[in-house]
Design a binder for this molecule. Structure first.
Ligand SMILES: Nc1ncnc2c1ncn2[C@@H]1O[C@H](COP(=O)(O)OP(=O)(O)OP(=O)(O)O)[C@@H](O)[C@H]1O
Ligand SMILES: [Mg+2]
Length: 261
């Protein structure tokens, strides 16, 4: 049995029996090892979110299988935590109750939840905000609360769909550092989608570049540099140029297709 995530020959066609089927993913093969940090880069509409939904168990593949720890993924599970671009907190609950929502569903006592909430709030740097409602937080704080809510379930893999895209550049850099610390401490794998080459290079053990739709894996780039990384070092600039080149070809293709259709 392989531990971690294994995507085997996965294809996804949306609305296959309609007049307008959309081939989102074609023959994806991707393994994410335990504790590995993998970043997906690709042009808009190439199926990155679709792939995360399949792994989260929210959608089913048209072809192929996605497995986690040797078992076929058929439904959502707390061991595969999904974090969206816009934090999806319950607006009527406090930050603390949002974070411990899954623990409550699981039957954890109030006392234990209180302890868990304190630990998680501290971990994501929201110690003083547990009793606030989500609308009282900044965008970066809301994303940290969403991260804490996923971490509460002790996931084995964190699926993150452009989690920092809506944040200003300084907050984004801090969130990346935060995420790396949490990732180190948790031992979980991370599969993160971004449009930012810098973000990919700052975070990833491996960057997976997708083609334009239908998304296929175009290239995989391993990054062995220790973290925190200096993105201005000669090696990182070289890697950034390589990613830019790979991505530019696909973005170009995606635009041409849109103009033709
Ligand atoms: N629920 C759905 N029903 C039908 N088509 C869908 C659905 N979700 C996505 N698609 C289509 O599948 C393709 C891939 O979409 P997806 O959201 O996975 O792309 P993406 O790579 O995440 O793009 P972006 O970078 O813009 O977020 C697109 O053509 C999109 O229109
Ligand atoms: Mg997307």
């Amino acid at each position: 049995m392989t531990l971690g995530l294994k995507i085997k020959n996965v294809s996804k066609i949306w609305n296959p029996n309609s007049d307008n089927p959309v081939e989102a993913l074609k023959n994806i093969n991707l393994d994410v090892e335990l504790g590995e940090f993998v970043v997906l880069l690709g042009p808009s509409g190439c199926g990155k979110s679709t792939l995360l939904y399949l792994i989260a168990g929210l959608e089913t593949a048209t072809d192929g299988v996605a497995e986690f720890d040797g078992l076929k993924i058929t439904a959502p599970s707390p061991e595969r935590g999904l974090i969206f671009q816009e934090a999806s907190l319950y607006p009527w609950l406090t930050v603390k109750d949002n974070i411990t929502f899954g623990l409550k569903i699981n039957g954890m006592t109030v006392e234990k939840r209180e302890v868990a909430a304190e630990r998680l709030l501290k971990l994501v740097g929201l110690k003083g905000s547990g009793n606030n409602k989500p609308h009282q937080l900044s965008g970066g704080m809301r994303q940290r609360a969403a991260l804490a809510r996923a971490l509460a379930m002790e996931p084995k893999v964190l699926l993150m769909d452009e989690p920092f895209a809506a944040l200003d550049i300084q907050t984004r850099a801090r969130m990346q550092t935060h995420l790396l610390n949490i990732w180190n401490a948790s031992g979980a794998s991370v599969l993160l989608v971004t449009h930012s080459i810098d973000e990919a290079l700052a975070l990833a053990d491996r960057v997976v570049v997708f083609t334009s739709r239908p998304g296929q894996i175009k290239s995989e780039i391993k990054i062995d540099e220790p973290r925190p990384r200096d993105l201005r070092s000669a090696n990182m600039i070289k890697l950034a140029k390589r990613c830019e080149g790979l991505l530019a070809e696909e973005v170009e293709k995606a635009f041409e297709e849109q103009e033709l259709s």
